[in-house]
Design a binder for this molecule. Structure first.
Ligand code: G3I
Length: 423
């Protein structure tokens, strides 16, 4: 009898504890402010999403339950989404020809955004990375110095050197640069036009903004504005103008962006200015600057504010396209995001006092966004929570791996409230 009683008491205690836990979770979710609401008067707040968040089920690194929780977080907090990978050439158009497209995952992504009333962004149409080799292949022999691994028209060492690393996956941005016989300029332009017309045309009116050209500017202090790439070598510098022209033909209402990283660096910013002014002088249909903002905890309010104030003088809206703040000790040297150099920057431990530094960095960054709210129209995080981040080791986002808000989340919300009071 005693043991039955104690079992009942134990079960009652367990049920009460369970109820309290459920109630606490529900309370936390219900009472939690949403980023999209806190900033609704200023800019859209978005996130990159991966395939399993929108298709459900288990996936790379996450269980089915975790993917469902991640999707719930996306719906709760964000009013804009970007596909982290599924619209890249290698995934949406892996083989040559009309039958070479794989639209399943991209369709699921677009439908997820539309059914949740989100602004949907397409990433990306023309990039030196994640483009299958067939795109560049043809019958023209490659220049001999390129085949030998020495890039013609190079900028600084390593600008266009792809090493085998975490992201080495068999495409031109992964295992190494394609060195076989090449397409002619006309052939490559035809392929580019067909790709852009097909992809942009399929989502016309649904995908509202496109990263038309991604990361075409050279890193470092060399004199070349453009990164050495097969697009540049085969077509010439007007590959950028052509890509924008084709995208505009395919959807004249879409917002077309040039997207790059490291614009917090004044040297890279100078190159951005040269490129964009030249496109503007040619009347190329470019409608926004995408600044990726893969920064680290050493970023200051002043550096971000200066970056945005200067970019705004180009007269185009600014979209922050891939925001994250690296806390990994090895990631504190710069603001690069070249995938070839990423792996090393996410290894090792965190900086000391990482949570506080992350909180302070995010507060400063959002103060700068709000300070430039006339030009900043969209802020997209590169991942919804730390578990999904491309640099998960650096714990760079506002939500931890269990989608719980970190102190940096509160700091960002506090900046929105301060601005609302100051208005
Ligand atoms: O999904 C497969 C999985 O099935 C497989 O088991 C695993 C084995 O390595 O790979 C998984 O795919 C990886 C994918 O990320 C999903 O995590 C690819 O190998 C990997 O190449 C891919 O990396 C992406 C990278 O771009 C290259 O395209 C990152 O997720 C993505 O965050 C990153 O995003 C870029 C932006 O597009 C442009 N700006 C810089 C930014 C960061 O590098």
């Amino acid at each position: 009898m005693k043991s039955l009683n104690s079992r009942c008491t134990y079960q009652r205690g367990f049920l009460v504890a369970l109820w309290l836990a459920i109630a606490a979770t529900a309370y936390a979710a219900e009472s939690r402010v949403a980023l999209k609401d806190a900033f609704k008067e200023h800019f859209l707040i978005g996130t990159a999403v991966n395939r399993n968040m929108v298709t459900g089920g288990p996936g790379f690194r996450r269980s089915a339950e975790q993917n469902a929780e991640d999707a719930a977080l996306v719906k709760e907090q964000f009013n804009q989404i970007t596909a982290e990978n599924d619209v890249k050439w290698a995934l949406i158009h892996p083989r040559e020809g009309k039958d070479g497209y794989e639209f399943g995952a991209a369709d699921a992504f677009v439908n997820f955004g539309l059914s949740n009333q989100m602004h949907v962004v397409g990433h990306t149409l023309v990039w030196h990375s994640q483009t299958p080799n067939w795109v560049f292949a043809g019958t023209n022999p490659p220049p001999t110095n390129v085949a030998a691994g020495v890039a013609v028209n190079t900028n600084t060492p390593a600008t266009n050197q792809f090493r085998r690393g975490r992201f080495g996956d068999g495409f031109s941005g992964g295992l190494g640069r394609y060195n076989g016989p090449r397409a002619s300029r006309e052939e490559l332009l035809r392929r580019m036009r067909e790709h852009i017309h097909t992809v942009v045309g399929r989502y016309k009116g649904k995908v509202k903004s496109w990263d038309v050209v991604n990361e075409a500017i050279a890193d470092g202090g060399g004199t070349n504005i453009l990164r050495n790439s097969l697009w540049l070598e085969i077509i010439g510098p007007d590959f950028i103008a052509k890509a924008f022209q084709y995208a505009h033909e395919a959807d004249p209402d879409a917002i077309l962006r040039y997207n790059d990283y490291g614009l917090e660096n004044p040297t890279k910013r100078k190159k951005l200015f040269a490129l964009i002014k030249s496109l503007q002088a040619q009347k190329v249909p470019i409608h926004a600057i995408g600044s990726q903002a893969h920064v680290n905890v050493s970023i200051s309010f002043e550096a971000m504010d200066q970056t945005l104030t200067e970019i705004a003088t180009l007269g185009l809206p600014i979209h922050i396209t891939e925001l994250d703040v690296n806390s990994a000790a090895a990631g504190q040297r710069g603001f690069g995001a070249d995938i070839a150099n990423n792996a090393a920057k996410t290894q090792g431990g965190l900086v000391s006092d990482a949570d506080k530094k992350l909180t302070d960095a995010y507060a400063g960054i959002f103060r700068a966004f709000l300070n430039n709210r006339e030009s900043v129209k969209m802020v997209t995080f590169w991942g919804a929570n730390d578990a999904n981040s491309w640099r998960a080791n650096g714990k760079p986002l506002l939500f931890d791996g269990n989608s719980q808000p970190k102190p940096a989340f509160d700091a960002v919300i506090a900046e929105a409230k301060k601005r609302a009071v100051a208005k």
